[in-house]
Write a protein that binds this ligand. Structure first.
Ligand code: 5GP
Ligand code: ZN
Length: 116
């Protein structure tokens, strides 16, 4: 998709440092980190989000990328949270499928902010 920022990053049009790359996905640091470790796992093919119907090999690559990013940042040992926001109520701001990998701090047991 020509004006999609994650398409441009994932396909090398915008030069970025990747923590992981395979034929289906890349992983790179979030521009506006919300935890000491905040990595985004992004497919190279454009899908708006998980509702689009994502191929199984892409989902497998996303899991491999999350594992690799966790190992490189050390949160494989301490724990981390993986989140995929989908649509308006979830606060998805970039309409290109991505998984957040968040860690490096105690994230607590609740999944949702208190006001939700
Ligand atoms: P969402 O709210 O859609 O789940 O998450 C989008 C994420 O993408 C946000 O955490 C935001 O900081 C990140 N982001 C948006 N634009 C860029 C960018 O150009 N580069 C990087 N590295 N992260 C971005
Ligand atoms: Zn895209």
């Amino acid at each position: 998709m020509s004006d999609c920022i994650f398409c441009k990053i994932a396909n090398g049009e915008i030069p970025s440092d990747f923590l992981y790359e395979d034929e289906n996905v890349v992983a790179f640091k979030d521009l506006n980190p919300q935890a000491p470790v905040h990595v985004l796992v992004v497919p190279k093919a454009h899908h708006d989000n998980i509702i689009d119907g994502v191929p199984a090999d892409t989902l497998a690559s996303m899991a491999a990328a999350a594992k690799a990013a966790a190992e490189q940042t050390g949160v494989d040992k301490t724990g981390f949270r993986s989140i995929m926001n989908t649509g308006a109520d979830a606060g998805q701001t970039v309409m290109h499928l991505h998984m957040h990998v968040l860690g490096g701090v105690k994230l607590g047991e609740g999944l949702l902010p208190k006001e939700a």
